[in-house]
Design a protein around this ligand. Structure first.
Ligand code: F3S
Length: 283
C-alpha cells in the first residue's frame, strides 16, 4: 500500500511559531497561562498542560506576575490591555498576518474610515480584529450584508485571514457599488487555500483519505468535508490510535493530510501506524 502525505500537511507558519513560543515559555517554568487554547489541537494543549501551562478564559483568572501566552489568532485589544495592567509577562504568539489585519483596522479607524471586516463574526480572530477599531466597524459575510449597512463616505475593508479571495472580491464589489471612497487591504493568508487545493487533488488520486486534526478545528473539518465530497472513504482522526485496519481493505493508495494546527509528531505516528498495518497484512 502506498502512503502519500500532502506536501503542506500540518502546521502553518503562524501555528508553528505560536507553538514554539509556547513550548519555550513553558520550558522556562514559572506560572504560565494561555488565554483560551493556544491552537485547536487537544494533543498540543495537553502536552502544554503536562508542562504546567494552564488555559484560562479571562485575564482575571491569572495570578499577577505570571506569564501569559497570546494564541495565534490573537485576542481583543481590551484583553491585551488587561494583561498589561495586571503586570503579566506577555508572550505574544499572535500570527503576524493576524496582527497586520489588527493594525490596518486601527489605522483605518484613526484616519476616519468606517471599517468593514469580511469574516465570521463569532470567530475569536474576527472579534480580536474588530476590537482594534475606534470608530464604526461592521462584520459582513457576503455582498448582500454590505447592502444592509448604513451610509458610509469612507470605507476600509479588511478580511479574516482564512477567507477566500472570491469572497473578499464579492464584498469589495458590493462596497464599490455603494459609491464613496473604498480602501481595501487584502489580509488573506493563503495557507488555508493551499492546503485545501492540495487535499482536493490528493483525494482524487487515492482510494482512501486520512485527515488528521482536532475535532474542534474548523480548517481540519473543512479538509475532511472536501475529501468526503470526492471520496466517501475519508476518515477524520485526531490520533493514530483511532485508526481501524479495516479501512484499508483493498486499498492500493492512501492519502494523508492534516489541518494547520496538527503537529508533525501526530502525523508521523499516523503514517507509521498505516505502514505497520500494511506490513501485518503482507506478513
Ligand atoms: Fe497565520 Fe495563516 Fe496560519 S494567518 S495562523 S499562517 S493560517
Amino acid at each position: 500500500m502506498e502512503v502519500i502525505l500532502a506536501k503542506h500537511a500540518g502546521f502553518c507558519f503562524g501555528v508553528k511559531r505560536a507553538t514554539h513560543l509556547a513550548f519555550d515559555a513553558a520550558g522556562k517554568g514559572g506560572d504560565t497561562y494561555t488565554l483560551g487554547p493556544i491552537i485547536h489541537s487537544p494533543q498540543v494543549v495537553q502536552r502544554l498542560e503536562e508542562m504546567g501551562v494552564k488555559s484560562v478564559e479571562d485575564v482575571s483568572e491569572i495570578k499577577n506576575g505570571s506569564t501569559v501566552i497570546i494564541r495565534s489568532h490573537g485576542v481583543a485589544a481590551e484583553e491585551l490591555e488587561a494583561a498589561v495592567r495586571a503586570d503579566l509577562a506577555i508572550v505574544d504568539a499572535t500570527c503576524p498576518f493576524v496582527k497586520k489585519a489588527q493594525e490596518h483596522v486601527a489605522m483605518l479607524s484613526k484616519e476616519g474610515y468606517d471599517v468593514v471586516v469580511v469574516g465570521d463574526a463569532v470567530h475569536p480572530e474576527v472579534q480580536g480584529i474588530v476590537s482594534y477599531a475606534t470608530g464604526r466597524v461592521y462584520v459582513v459575510s457576503s455582498g448582500k450584508d454590505v447592502e444592509r449597512l448604513p451610509r458610509m463616505a469612507k470605507m476600509g475593508v479588511v478580511a479574516q485571514t482564512t477567507q477566500s479571495f472570491e469572497h473578499l472580491n464579492e464584498v469589495v464589489a458590493a462596497c464599490l457599488a455603494r459609491g464613496g471612497e473604498t480602501r481595501v487591504y487584502n489580509t488573506i493568508c493563503d495557507a488555508t487555500a493551499v492546503r485545501q487545493e492540495e487535499t482536493k487533488k490528493l483525494a482524487g488520486e487515492v482510494d482512501c483519505m486520512i485527515v488528521i486534526g482536532g475535532f474542534n478545528s474548523a480548517n481540519t473539518k473543512r479538509l475532511a468535508q472536501i475529501c468526503r465530497e470526492l471520496l466517501p472513504r475519508t476518515h477524520h482522526i485526531e490520533t493514530a490510535g483511532q485508526i481501524d485496519p479495516a479501512w484499508f481493505e483493498g486499498v492500493q493508495r492512501v492519502g494523508v493530510t492534516a489541518g494547520a494546527s496538527t503537529p508533525k509528531w501526530l502525523i508521523d505516528e499516523v503514517t507509521e501506524r498505516i505502514s505497520a498495518i500494511d506490513k501485518d497484512k503482507i506478513g
